[in-house]
Design a binder for this molecule. Sequence first.
Ligand SMILES: Cc1cc2nc3c(=O)[nH]c(=O)nc-3n(C[C@H](O)[C@H](O)[C@H](O)COP(=O)(O)OP(=O)(O)OC[C@H]3O[C@@H](n4cnc5c(N)ncnc54)[C@H](O)[C@@H]3O)c2cc1C
Length: 417
Amino acid sequence: MAYSGWRIIREALTGNAGWRPVWRDPEPKSEYDIVIIGGGGHGLATAYYLAKEHGARSVAVLEKGYLGGGNVGRNTTIVRANYFLPGNSEFYSHSLKLWEGLEQDLNYNVMHSQRGLINLFHSDGQRDAFARRGNAMINQGDDAVLLDREGVRKHLPYLDFEQGRFPIYGGLYHPRGGTARHDAVAWGYARAADRRGVDLVQNCEVTGIDVEGGRVTGVQTTRGAIKAKKVGIVVAGRSSQVAEMAGLRLPIESHVLQAFVTEGLKPCIDQVVSFGMGHFYISQSDKGGLVFGGDLDFYASYAARGNLPRVEHVMEAAMTLMPMIGQAKVLRSWGGIMDMTPDGSPIIDRTPVEGLYLDAGWCYGGFKAVPGSGFAFAHLIAQDRPHESAARMRLDRFATGRGLMDEEGTGAQHNLH
Ligand SMILES: Cc1cc2nc3c(=O)[nH]c(=O)nc-3n(C[C@H](O)[C@H](O)[C@H](O)COP(=O)(O)OP(=O)(O)OC[C@H]3O[C@@H](n4cnc5c(N)ncnc54)[C@H](O)[C@@H]3O)c2cc1C
């Protein structure tokens, strides 16, 4: 069923009796050409592009819970292409272009809103670093505008510009940055993949990966064994645990990241605002809630909930930047499990096991990457060679030094991410 304005009118006039389930609920088959482990944004996008771009006809996504129940439905929805390093820069640029055509491609409203993103800076040195980043973005074909203090004030008059510790010097404005509705992205990809024949199997946890003679042959699941010629691991915060099923030890640690939303307010924050020095960022959802977050809870964990010291830290940063936020009531907070790599950059690569592929290490920035990652991972699985946009996202880079390193300049120190 294609969605359109006409369809809505027709359904409204006929008692809304014609709507159909958005995807099927198939029983898992005993064998597929390709099995994708993980029904988050990246897994669903991979399955969609495998079917659409590479004509794959025998593909299953195995999800241990429900589609969109992981980080794809827990993030703060920021979409941007403002990365600096070669390797990341072209990848996120490609991903943003896919975002810009996504709603038409999926025939689904993911509420992609290019409302602009402003990264604040607070010193001359930081301004120089943002000027370099902006130039890298422009060289990549993306958009960036360096704003001085008055330029920021025009966009964000409600900030406290004179705060003692981090007075605002200016900001790097990325007009094509913005937000999208996170769970609609999962639903849109799921629906589009299902329409192309992909089996989306929920409540199906992968408990083992079968390897014979160095080659993957299938997976064990809570709904029986499934044979597969190729298997893709795309399980975000669970990457280390699932890869271990095939005897792999990954350069990934899992950490909790929290987020918060207030009661609905009238529109007051037009753009996405990032206050790096305070580890704080904020936007306003279309429902009116102020959506914001901060840094990781600084310990490795698989618990998708956070702790009070981080809550206090985020609230302090919010009050420092925009004292008006003290008037709002926080309604909810939640956490997600982040797959942190030592250099803050992702991995899209083959593994030492033949036919087993890995898409992981998205840290706290993988939502914006969903289209680009799905596109590149599908290419890798289908053609057994990396897509050019992801060629530096190598698994072996921490041993060989070849590939991406250190977008964040934070090295192996997780508490600096
Ligand atoms: C609070 C928070 C804020 C964030 N903000 C942003 C942001 O503003 N912008 C941005 O770009 N990124 C953001 N992120 C990061 C982003 O959400 C993640 O990097 C991205 O969603 C991870 O990829 P995914 O969608 O595939 O993960 P997930 O949705 O977590 O998908 C992985 C799936 O694998 C499944 N799985 C795990 N183990 C198994 C198994 N054994 N068998 C079968 N299935 C399994 C899980 O159930 C899960 O559904 C944020 C994350 C959090 C938590």
